[in-house]
Structures are given as C-alpha cells and as structure tokens.
Design a protein around this ligand. Structure first.
Ligand SMILES: [Zn+2]
Length: 413
C-alpha cells in the first residue's frame, strides 16, 4: 500500500459512513442464535460454497442442523476451504474475524476458539459496539419483513414485493404479517388492503420503500380486477398474469412514493441465491424512472454484472442514484474498475458508496466496510496517479459518496 492509499484509508475511517442497506435481524434474535464459525458463512459465503460444488443438503446441515456438533460442521466445510482463498465474500468474513476476534480466517486449529469468542461476545449491545464503535457508521438503513428500528439504531425501509401472490392465501398471510386485516376479492378490496399496508408502514416511520426491478408492463385496472376475481375461485394468480399483478403493486407504491416523497430503493443485478440476473438488469429501471420522473430511485448493487450500463442509467436519469451497496463484496475489482469509469461521466452527487447487505452476522458489516474503503482508495489512487484530481479533491469526493449524498437523498441530517 502506498502513502496516498494509506492517507485515504485513514481519512475514510474518520467519517461517519452512511450505511444505505442492511437486513440485520433483531439483536435479541442474534443473541439467541447458535454461535459458532458457521455464523461467518451464512448469506454470501454460502453461495460460493454451493458454486464450488458443496452439496446443497450438506451446506444446509452445516449451517442449520442443530443435531450436528461443531466438529461435524467443520468436517463438512474443510474440503472447500482452500477453494475460498480468493473469494471476496469470504474476505469480508476474514477481515471481520481478524480485526474483531483476532483470527486469521477459519481453519482446523481455530474453529472451536472462534465459536468460544463469538459466544463470549454475543451480549446485549453487540450491534451498537460493532456498528458504532467499530464501524463508526452514521445513519443505517435496515430492511426486514417486520419493521424494527432497534431502539433508534436503524432507519427502516419496507419491501413492496410480497403482496401479489402466488396464492390468495399467501397474499392474505403477508398482509396479516404486517397487521393488515383484509379479504381480497376484487380491485377495490385489493386497493384498500394496499392503502392500509402503506398507512401501517407510515405509522412505523419507514424511511423508504424497496422494490426489485423488472420489466415494465402496466396492467389496466380492468384487467387487474379480472385477475383478482379469478383468484377468488382458483385461489392463485393465473400463471400468465403473475407479472401483471406484481407490476400493479409496484405502480401503486410508486404513486404513493410520488405523493408522499418517499425514495424507492431498487434491487438490480446480482442475487444472493443465484438466478437469472438478465431479468433484473439495471436497464429495466429506465422506463420506470421515465414514468415517475418525480420519484427518486436509489439503484442498488451497481447492477453487477451490468455495472457499466448501471452507470449510464444513473447518468441519463436525474432521479436515479447509483448505489454500491453489497457490490464491494460481490465483485470488488468490478467496483474498482467500474467506479473509475463512472467518475468520468457520472456527477459525484449521484453515487452512494456503502451498504453491507448483511443479515445474521453484524461483524461482516465491518468486513464489507473495510473492503469498500479499500476499493475507494484504489480508485482515488489511480485517478491521483493520472492527475485527474489531487488528494484534497479525492477526500472531498469520498466524503460526498460515503456520507453526504446518502443523507441528502434520504433527507437526513
Ligand atoms: Zn438487500
């Protein structure tokens, strides 16, 4: 690491970084969970293990079967550990293990000690300790199905994507989960349920809404009414109309966002569980951004692997911000290369640089943050070496993308 990079890293560590996106479970739930080395493998390392060829049932057993001993869990992991040596998802875990608990990765000699250290640290106040004392985070936006601000630690956003089927029973269950009592039989009753849901979220002080991008195809109200009436007899969304109902819900909430000034966060690109990322390309955001020019869209995850395209989506739509949450862990060198390109054509107020996107392992937020800082330092060092900017301007941009832009978009002090 050269002196410029070290200087930039030191500067970034003084900032109260805006954390735009997490899925952290309630701390009380974390404190009750079984603690061992597998806590560090959940979410995205799991994806790399499956990709490497670990049988899904072995992975499932290693992470979740309460009958297995710690030794048996490690035996399942051990053959795959060498394959993870370069994995960026595992790197976030390693950084957290090293800096928070003093372990150099997970191995045969330390996995039991990792479990002991985790159990010792699993006490009330863990979240504040990691997120505030370790990470020095400022505002944190968390997204869970059940909204919980963790005693004022989090702002919350609400995902609009669970209220369109596939069966009528499941739809009712999702509304009931949010304490919205409804009986959906036609468009009128569906609109009333969605209105109630939004009112419930507003009472819970949500900061923003969240959707997954998809191709736009606005259904007519008449057609939506027909779909809902059909559901009352068949019990499920007609297969050829699954998208229509989902898009109707998105359209409904985008109108609420417009009316009440809520930011719409948008998942684009990679998925934790894999799947067809072509259907959630950031390019699908363009017609939405055009249809709702007065709604602010926070486009997540750099649209990876369509990072270059995502940059141009943000450039051409003043109402779209490009958010690097999770991207630092998904594909760090893609972030470095693409962000270096973006800065040539994307104004620096259009970028929000951090969100960890973690759920059960709060420690990995720290790992992801350190990776984000390292990526940003690499980009700025390249640009300083090319004389595109100097150290002072680099710091000024880092402050914007790590702190100010997020606060401004979400109207937070
Ligand atoms: Zn997420």
């Amino acid at each position: 690491m050269n002196k410029t990079q070290a200087d930039l890293l030191a500067y970034m560590r003084t900032l109260h970084t805006f954390d735009s996106h997490e899925h952290l479970i309630p701390e009380t739930e974390r404190l009750q969970n079984r603690m061992d080395f597998t806590v560090f493998l959940q979410m995205y390392v799991k994806g790399d293990l499956l990709s490497a060829g670990m049988p899904a049932d072995h992975c499932q057993k290693m992470l979740h079967d309460s009958q297995l001993s710690e030794d048996q869990r490690f035996a399942l992991l051990e053959p795959y550990l060498p394959l993870l040596s370069q994995s960026s998802t595992y790197r976030a875990a390693r950084i957290a293990l090293r800096d928070i608990y003093g372990f150099d990765g997970i191995d045969r000699g330390n996995y039991q000690a990792i479990g002991q250290a985790l159990r010792a640290a699993n006490k009330p106040g863990l979240y504040r300790h990691i997120l505030k004392d370790r990470c020095h985070l400022g505002h944190i936006i968390n997204q869970k199905v059940l909204i919980n601000d963790e005693g004022g630690l989090f702002h919350c956003n609400a995902h609009i994507g669970f209220y369109h089927g596939p069966t009528l029973d499941e739809m009712h269950a999702r509304f009931a989960e949010q304490q919205v009592d409804c009986r959906i039989s036609d468009l009128e009753s569906f609109d009333a349920a969605l209105q109630n849901l939004f009112a419930t979220w507003r009472r819970k002080n949500i900061l923003a809404l969240k959707m997954g991008v998809r191709e736009m195809n606005i259904p007519s109200r008449k057609q939506t009414d027909q779909i809902l009436r059909t559901m009352t007899t068949t019990g499920r969304v007609p297969p050829d109309h699954a998208d229509s109902l989902a898009v109707y819900v998105m359209d409904f909430f985008l109108n609420q966002a417009r009316q009440h000034g809520y930011v719409m966060a948008v998942h684009t690109g990679p998925m934790a569980a894999g799947g067809d990322f072509r259907t959630i390309s950031p390019c699908h955001l363009m017609p939405w951004a055009a249809r709702y020019p007065d709604v602010k869209f926070d486009m997540y995850h750099m649209g990876i692997p369509y990072a270059r395209q995502a940059g141009f989506v943000a450039k051409y739509y003043p109402n779209v911000t490009a958010n690097l949450c999770w991207a630092h862990v998904v594909a760090p060198q893609v972030v470095v290369n693409a962000l270096d390109e973006w800065l040539d054509f994307l104004p620096v107020n259009k970028i929000i640089a951090f969100g960890g996107d973690y759920s059960g392992c709060v420690e990995k937020v720290y790992g992801a943050l350190e990776m984000a800082r390292a990526n940003l330092a690499q980009v700025m060092t390249r640009r300083i070496a090319r004389a595109d900017l100097d150290l002072q301007e680099a710091k000024s941009i880092l402050r914007k993308v790590l702190v100010d832009n997020g606060r401004q978009l979400y109207r937070l002090q």
